[in-house]
Design a protein around this ligand. Structure first.
Ligand code: COA
Length: 268
């Protein structure tokens, strides 16, 4: 059964047996995420939150790619318009998605194979269970794009892995692999890519068979101490991100990516 038909085919939403599955479906662009895709995911999360029949949401890509992060052509366009789309504007699709994600009351599960770049990794910080294929590669190249972290990752990543490992991930922006993600606690288990989505679905079904009220209350209690801090950090990051996105370093990084050349930051 399909839960609702999103306005874009680049996101698939499927509901079955109490589990809503959100699938990135833009393989030709490595599942990079456009504004329309953020809007579709925000709508899917809002619908899943409000539907008593939905108990769990799963994010997945395919065996080769989770997500290459924000669509860089969209970044380029938003930067040229002053970077407003990443600012804490309640109506901006990315902001609607981030808020819905951070405040989602029911369990969130993710299955990650291949690259998980930028928001492809930071969204995992808001998931409750994360399963990875042994080909997963996590990266946070915000600095390399002239940007700063988002999704409260500047708060949550140092907490999760310790300051120095987070600094390596966020300042250098180099990928870290599935085993490293397992070691720091970003993922629950590493499996062959062919088993990853199946494992996530099986775990989601287990959760869906449990009493929803107890799941929701347990998740709320585990996160209670931090909810306000996360909201405030996301706002602070959003304001900085919007400012940087309109700046010369980001413009150079986005243009270089589109032109398939190395960026030149010597004047940024
Ligand atoms: N935004 C827009 N297009 C993207 C994209 C992104 N974030 N990531 C990949 N693409 C596009 C490429 O431009 C290319 O398009 P083309 O076929 O029209 O030339 C296509 O997807 C395939 O990408 P390619 O780089 O050739 O694939 P790869 O397997 O060699 O590398 C990645 C995969 C994910 C490692 C690499 O694409 C990448 O680093 N992407 C950018 C990630 C990024 O910086 N995201 C922003 C995070 S904040």
């Amino acid at each position: 059964m399909t839960a609702s038909t999103p306005a874009t085919q680049d996101i698939l939403v499927h509901a079955e047996a109490g589990v809503t599955t959100i699938t990135f479906n833009r393989a030709d662009k490595k599942n990079s995420i456009t504004e329309a895709m953020y809007a579709a995911m925000a709508d899917a999360l809002a619908a899943a939150r409000d539907d008593a029949a939905v108990r769990v949401v799963v994010f997945q890509g395919d065996m080769a790619i989770f997500s290459a992060g924000n669509d860089i052509a969209d970044f380029l366009r938003q930067g040229a318009q002053g970077g407003g789309a990443a600012a804490p504007d309640a109506q901006a699709p990315v902001w609607r998605f981030l808020q819905a994600l951070a405040e989602f009351p029911k369990p969130l599960v993710a299955a990650v194979c291949g690259p998980a770049v930028g928001i492809g990794t930071t969204l995992l910080l808001h998931c409750d269970l994360v399963y990875a294929g042994d080909n997963a590669a996590f990266s946070l190249p915000f600095v390399n794009l002239g940007l700063c972290p988002e999704a409260a990752s500047s708060l949550l990543l140092p907490q999760l892995m310790g300051y120095h490992r987070a600094a390596e991930a966020l300042l250098l922006g180099e990928p870290f692999l599935a085993e490293a993600a397992l070691e720091v606690g970003l993922v629950n288990r590493v499996v062959p890519p062919s088993e990853c989505n199946l494992l996530a679905q099986a775990q989601a079904r287990k959760l869906a068979a449990k009493p929803l009220s107890a799941l929701v209350e347990t998740k709320r209690l585990m996160k209670a101490g931090q909810a306000t801090q996360i909201r405030e950090r996301m706002r602070e990051e959003g304001a900085s991100f919007a400012r940087l996105m309109a700046g010369p370093a980001a413009r150079e990084a986005f243009t270089a990516f589109m032109d398939k050349r190395h960026p030149d930051f010597s004047r940024c």
